[in-house]
Write a protein that binds this ligand. Sequence first.
Ligand SMILES: C[S@@+](CC[C@H](N)C(=O)[O-])C[C@H]1O[C@@H](n2cnc3c(N)ncnc32)[C@H](O)[C@@H]1O
Length: 208
Amino acid sequence: MNEVPLMPQRDFRPIHISNFSRVENDFYPTPDWVTQLLLDNVDLRGPVWEPCCGDGAISKVIERQRHQVVATDLNDRGYGMGGIDFLGARSVPGGCQAIVTNPPYGDGGAERGAPRTAKLLLSFVQHAIRLTEQNNGQLALLLRFTWIAGKRASTLISSGPLDRVLVITHRIRWFDMGAQTKQGQHHHCWLFFDAQRDRSKPPALMFV
Ligand SMILES: C[S@@+](CC[C@H](N)C(=O)[O-])C[C@H]1O[C@@H](n2cnc3c(N)ncnc32)[C@H](O)[C@@H]1O
């Protein structure tokens, strides 16, 4: 029998393909321009909680805009306070008016037995919406644009005070490998919730 020829290398970064494991706990720092797009298109009311702060990529950009930031993460990555599980938080840290984060998408891969993607991310978003309603505050989540269209995701998102969706028209490159950096695979968006929004108006869709 003839051997099946190997496919030539495809021109994208295969983060979902088995020979490329995702980083443990989904540590993918957000490029500055992505956070700046959010800040250019929403008004944050006050101090911000970044509950998955990683190395502070999002927090530092928000701080430059003169907002105070409380930065925490499950893991200690040398920035903010480590060892804080967002899913275990019963309230927003004192004084914070907004939660802003790029949550773990939990695509699996690296750790066997890790909670699978859909459940983990849905739990994250559900918990974030609950805390935001409880705090009468704001919430911005960086998510894949296709993810929000799923049945469970869209039902969950619709249950919260969604104010606007900022669709990021430029694909995010999560890695910088100099000249070898490939174009990102996914389009992303910022979902922005505001518990004080006028609920008689539908959420806005903006291309940024
Ligand atoms: C995609 S990275 C984003 C880091 C940072 N927000 C940024 O955009 O640069 C996700 C981060 O979530 C953290 N994380 C994962 N599960 C968590 C949990 N249950 N509670 C808090 N942080 C968590 C990971 O340690 C990781 O730093």
